[in-house]
Design a protein around this ligand. Structure first.
Ligand code: SF4
Ligand code: FES
Length: 331
């Protein structure tokens, strides 16, 4: 075991734990932001540098500080290590620089982007972004591309975090997409225009931290904060069948995996659950979903409401094959 102190809070963690994992064990208020690391996938992290921290003391045995900020997702703790994240002005300034870099090519299209309200880059820009860009060159632009029947790629918004590539690599058979070219020309692409067509491809939408990969069945249907997130499940022979339904009245606008306090999925779900089960009667509703990840949905502006009783009554009628009465008041 190793003792590590992060922002003046000490915790004991198993040897081999990374600084990021240790910070997450303390809680989301201490954990550094992450744009490429994903706890449910192997080998992620090390691309975006948003998770940098200052190591004030390397270990009990060797108390020298580390000379530069380190990526917390790639650095393991040592016994007696002292780390600063939110309490280091130097790290806040460095993170602002990284945010500026990530935004160099990212369009300011939040008002029309489906990811708005649950976008990790939007949160990062809110916390660390500058009012104006200093970038004077033309931004990279790409034409939106269909990736299979249900996913749309907006490469303009991609920050090349590699999460979608790792997802396809690790949870689907026969990956056909990846990053082609290098440097300023690097882009996510399907290999020789192949569509991603397998049972778990929809998960790339959930892991994408920005709005680069969007659900074609949900695009432009509603701002996410106007929907009502509810936990639901069904018997599924391909995945756990445990999802979040994003409803408006009795309409299921979107189905996603359930996400934890860090905005990462709890378990990956299959395309049948995600794209084909869009009726309330397909699901057993477990109750309202608390959105833990820092987001406009959970920022007290829009609180998760208990699903209204009339909704449950209507599902019961649907399950019994009876006609639905007219809805008079949705509140
Ligand atoms: S499309 Fe999304 S998940 Fe894939 S590399 Fe780009 S930002 Fe990351
Ligand atoms: S989250 Fe650590 S480098 Fe991206």
């Amino acid at each position: 075991m190793a003792k590590v102190t992060i922002d003046d809070i000490t915790i004991e963690v198993p040897d081999g734990t990374t600084i990021l994992e240790a910070a997450r064990m303390i809680g989301p208020h201490v954990a550094p932001p992450t744009m490429c690391y994903y706890s449910k996938l192997k080998g992620t992290g090390g691309y975006c540098r948003t998770c940098i921290v200052k190591v004030e003391q390397g270990s009990e045995k060797d108390p020298r500080p580390m000379p530069k900020p380190v990526a917390s997702c790639r650095t393991t703790v040592m016994d007696g290590m002292v780390v600063r994240n939110n309490t280091s002005p130097e790290i806040q300034e460095a993170r602002a620089g990284i945010t500026e870099l990530l935004l160099i090519n990212h369009p300011l299209d939040c008002p029309v982007c489906d990811q708005a309200g649950e976008c990790h880059l939007q949160d990062l820009a809110f916390d660390h972004g500058k009012v104006k860009t200093r970038y004077e060159f033309e931004r990279r632009t790409f034409t939106p591309q269909d990736i299979g029947d249900n996913v749309k790629l907006h490469m303009n918004r991609c920050i090349l975090c590699y999460r979608c590539v790792k997802t396809c690599d690790q949870i689907t058979d026969g990956r056909v997409h990846g990053v082609i070219n290098r440097g300023d020309h690097a882009e996510i692409s399907t290999y020789i225009s192949n569509a991603i067509d397998n049972d778990f491809s929809g998960n790339i939408i959930d892991v994408c931290p920005v709005g680069a990969l969007t659900d074609k069945t949900f695009r432009f249907k509603s701002r996410v904060w106007f929907t009502n997130p509810q936990e639901a499940h069904r018997d599924c022979d391909k995945c756990c069948g445990k999802v979040t339904l994003w409803t408006k009245g009795t309409d299921v606008l979107r189905v996603t995996a359930r996400k934890d306090a860090f905005g990462e999925v709890e378990a990956f779900i299959c395309n049948t659950c995600r794209f084909e089960k869009k009726q309330l009667s397909d699901w057993t509703i477990d109750g309202p979903r608390k959105v833990d990840h820092k987001s406009v949905i959970s920022a007290n502006h829009y609180q998760v409401k208990e699903a209204p009783k009339y909704l449950y009554d209507r599902v019961k009628l649907l399950n019994q094959g009876l006609d639905l009465p007219e809805v008079k008041d949705n509140k």
